[in-house]
Design a protein around this ligand. Structure first.
Ligand SMILES: [Zn+2]
Length: 218
């Protein structure tokens, strides 16, 4: 019974993931310089944490730069009101190293899914303020951490990929709550707005189509 429910929810979440990617394809096709395309500039009416004081760093090594696909309130599963409304898609090739955005403990690891297939590989890092930082779509066997492991900021987490039916390789990164009474993936989490202190100004978090370099962590 419980298994069946989980399965339905997983199917549902895959459906939304696929929607995200379709949206992204459309978004790419429309960036031909027509001037009509407008990109979401964060979620409206939301007070974002001061980016300069943010304890969170970009989830990849210093010196690396990646472009943003969908971001906050920018369509599909990242739409306002969706569990992933504050998620950020970093466009990365399969096998790109992703790192700890903050010090914390690893509370969940799934790495058995294949790229472009349905099982979503995820690492969840619980940080010091009880944000659960989710690294989704990692590649097969792509986790470099184990459940219970303590990580410091900048430590390796794993390799990005395209598992979970991602139609293009990217890291889906989101800070959420966590329901310990239910297995991961069987409940709808709520996401939180997040900014990053080791890159260019991002008062409304990271913006679609922009590229952000990870600057040194002080
Ligand atoms: Zn996403």
């Amino acid at each position: 019974m419980l298994k069946k429910t989980n399965h339905t929810l997983i199917i549902l979440s895959l459906f939304f993931t696929t929607l995200t990617c379709s949206e992204k394809d459309r978004f790419n096709n429309n960036t031909g310089g027509g001037g009509e395309q407008s990109f979401a500039n964060g979620c409206e009416g939301i007070e974002y944490p001061d980016w300069e004081l943010s304890p969170h760093k970009l989830p990849y090594p210093v010196g690396k730069s990646y472009k943003i696909g969908l971001s906050n309130c920018s369509g599909a599963e990242h739409s306002e009101g969706e569990p992933d409304q504050y998620a950020i898609d970093f466009i990365m090739d399969i096998g790109t190293l992703v790192t700890a955005s903050r010090k914390g403990i690893i509370v969940y690891v799934e790495e058995s899914g294949l790229d472009f297939e349905s099982r979503n590989n995820v690492v969840v890092l619980r940080d010091e303020d009880l944000y659960f930082l989710q690294y989704q779509h990692l590649t097969y066997n792509g986790a470099l951490v184990e459940e219970g492991q303590i990580v410091d900021i900048g430590d390796p987490i794993g390799y990005s990929g395209a598992s979970g039916n991602a139609r293009y390789p990217h890291l889906h990164f989101v800070g959420t709550d966590w329901d310990y009474t239910k297995p991961y993936g069987s409940y709808e989490y709520t996401s939180f707005p997040m900014t990053f202190s080791n890159t260019t100004p991002n008062p409304n978090s990271l913006i679609q189509n922009k590229t952000y370099e990870a600057l040194p962590i002080n």
